[in-house]
Design a protein around this ligand. Structure first.
Ligand code: HEM
Length: 127
């Protein structure tokens, strides 16, 4: 594998990130603590997440082109995020990476890149 390839490429480009986002939100919607936080129509969130993750993984800057500076922590301030919820979010992502066939060591590397932001978005104390 070419070490100069971006994570976006390693995950299979647009198709791979799309599949990851789809499987991830199907998990989120089945999750008892996460699902109530999301709007009933999850489609716009999925589209924005696809745009964001594409850019976060080194692919095209789709999110910024359409929505401006990501400011992702600020965009999560209206959601009460405890440390447990950050772990739940990461747990759904781990399962989605497994189910979309992302192999080790890539899977753990991608998860570790997302763990920083997830814990950074915590804005409520542990329950
Ligand atoms: C830590 C646990 C997290 C929870 C509980 C959470 C929850 C949510 C919820 C409920 C929304 C929908 C907000 C709305 O439509 O009003 C949202 C939007 C979003 N989340 Fe998260 N999120 C978490 C972590 C993350 C992480 C780690 C990322 C990416 C690294 C992320 C990326 C996004 C994006 C891109 C959106 C769409 C933002 C927009 O409206 O432009 N989230 N999140």
């Amino acid at each position: 594998m070419n070490h100069q390839e971006s994570l976006f490429d390693k995950l299979g480009g647009a198709g791979g990130v799309h599949r990851l986002v789809e499987v991830f939100y199907s998990k989120v919607q089945l999750h008892p603590q996460l699902s109530p936080l999301f709007p009933e129509d999850i489609t716009p969130v999925m589209e924005k997440q696809y745009q964001f993750l594409s850019q976060f993984f080194g692919g095209p800057a789709l999110y910024s082109q359409e929505h401006g500076h990501p400011m992702m922590r600020a965009r999560h301030m209206h959601i009460p995020i405890t440390p447990e919820l950050a772990d739940d979010w990461l747990g759904c992502m781990k399962e989605a990476l497994e189910e979309t066939g992302v192999e080790e060591p890539l899977r753990s590397f991608v998860l570790s890149r997302l763990a920083g932001p997830a814990h950074h978005f915590v804005n409520m104390p542990r329950e």
